[in-house]
Design a binder for this molecule. Structure first.
Ligand code: UGA
Length: 434
């Protein structure tokens, strides 16, 4: 099939590459001239494990093309995916100007039947708006489908190639058939393609992300309670997670969820609810808990240093909002850095992938180490904000030799509490005894 993907951001690039991998001819369109030049020259623009290999192969085999011209990009396409940014506006609602702007242009350019697919996370009712924007100018028949994406950064290729489910929102039989054929190679193991109307598909995406964020905030509150009552959140997590109705995944407490999706989508669903005259109370609490959780370690750090962090120096391991990505959007580490600096402390950081992105945002307010161990030099204590695998079994001799105090504040529960005690560390984590 001939496919166009408009927008070569995270979702667009993964979508385009993975559809090319199953034999489709994919043209990706982006207004960013530099990005298109880089991608056409075989230079990948995002960090995502496993993607580069597929990208290079499909580029070489001429199934994957990049252009800045929407007209050229859609000329032969049967299906046009919109993978455009929907940033939160000032009021928390998703800003649809990119999506509707492209829809408007498509209306002017389309000369034969096409399926237009919303892949971006967009509020309920967007498919209707996209349809109206196209129909204003378009004389040929077309269908608009809502096909939300559920992939996770870090495992995006796997999530795309073997999705738990594919949600296709449209009432058009013709569009359903085309979308079903396109996704058939991805659901060969029997995972379902769920057909529904556009609005339900749009809401499914927000409901999924908001539910997962709720699960995390719930566990973060259980963790607080565990500390107050002397229970161990790891035990409680295992105890409840083995109930199939609850499930083992997304029950890990920590220093809050971040990234480009959960914070934005929870906020947008609260806003949509308010617009529909409904106060989504649980989600307000989820956001509130998450805001506080990002600074969960701060009182513990302060207490250890007698409430005075002035002149103290901290080593911080982990900057990305989660492992296997260089994405630092809404990363708890950034909040911790701000709070430490505000309290008069200094910080040296290390992250396997996200250093450059942090440097662009935080600049020279902090120092950047080129290795996880040199990061510890002259630090009073170590703080861990992201659970990268390289931090899981560190050389504790090196850590204790470098730190002024044998103290680790771990926001991701990487180590066994008993073992840390045995080694003589002051070790604090989330929801477990100190
Ligand atoms: C999330 C969803 O998981 C995807 O299904 C969805 O497609 C994507 O948003 C999106 O809307 O585009 P992502 O933001 O890449 O994916 O990251 P997750 O792996 O879901 O992690 C989100 C945050 O939750 C991270 O900060 C992580 O540290 C935190 N988390 C996750 C926890 O604190 N505890 C857990 O048990 C799991």
């Amino acid at each position: 099939m001939k496919i166009t993907v408009v927008g070569t951001g995270y979702v667009g690039l993964v979508t385009g590459t993975c559809f090319a991998e199953t034999g489709n001819e994919v043209t990706c369109v982006d207004i960013d001239v530099n990005k298109v030049a880089k991608l056409s020259a075989g230079q990948i623009t995002i960090y995502e494990p496993g993607l580069e290999k597929l990208f290079e192969r499909n580029l070489k085999e001429e199934r994957l093309f990049f252009t800045t011209s929407l007209e050229e990009g859609i000329r032969h396409a049967e299906v046009v995916f919109l993978a455009l940014p929907t940033p939160p506006g000032a009021d928390g609602a998703a800003d649809l100007s990119f999506v509707l702007g492209v829809a408007d242009q498509l209306g002017k350019l389309m000369t034969d039947y096409k399926v237009i697919v919303d892949k971006s996370t967009v509020p309920v009712g967007t498919a209707e708006k996209v349809t109206a924007a196209i129909a204003q100018h378009c004389k040929t028949p077309f269908d608009v489908v809502s096909n939300p994406e559920f992939l996770r950064e870090g495992v995006a290729v796997d999530d795309f190639m073997k999705p738990d489910r594919v949600v296709i929102g449209t009432n058009s039989e013709r569009a359903r058939k085309i979308m079903g054929e396109l996704y058939a190679p991805f659901v060969r193991q029997g995972n379902p393609v769920i057909y529904m109307d556009e609005k339900s598909a749009e809401l499914t995406k927000y409901a999924a992300n908001s539910f997962l964020a709720t699960k995390i905030s719930f566990m973060n509150e259980i963790a607080v309670l565990c500390e107050k009552l002397g229970a161990d959140v790891d035990m409680v997590r295992r105890g409840i997670g083995s109930d199939d109705r609850i499930g083992k995944r997304f029950l890990f407490p920590g220093i809050g969820y971040g990234g480009s999706c959960f914070p934005k989508d929870v906020q947008a669903l609260v806003k949509s609810s308010r617009d529909a005259n409904y106060d989504f109370r649980i989600l307000n609490a989820v956001m509130d808990v998450n805001e506080k959780q990002k600074l969960f370690l701060l009182p513990k750090i302060k207490a250890f240093f007698n409430d005075d962090l002035k002149g103290r120096h901290f080593a911080l391991w982990g900057l990305a909002f989660k492992p296997n990505t260089d994405d630092i959007r809404e990363a708890p580490a950034l909040y911790i850095i701000d709070a430490l600096l505000a309290a008069g402390a200094t910080v040296t950081v290390f992250d396997p992938e996200a250093m450059e992105n942090v440097r662009q945002v935080v600049g020279d307010k902090i120092t950047y180490a080129d290795h996880q161990y040199t990061c510890l030099d002259k630090a009073d204590a170590l703080i861990i904000a992201t659970e990268w695998s390289v931090f899981r079994t560190p050389d504790f001799n090196k850590i204790s030799a470098a730190l002024k105090h044998k103290a680790i504040f771990d926001g991701r529960n990487l180590f066994e509490v008993a073992r840390m005690k045995e080694m003589g560390y002051h070790y604090e984590s989330v929801g477990r005894a100190a």
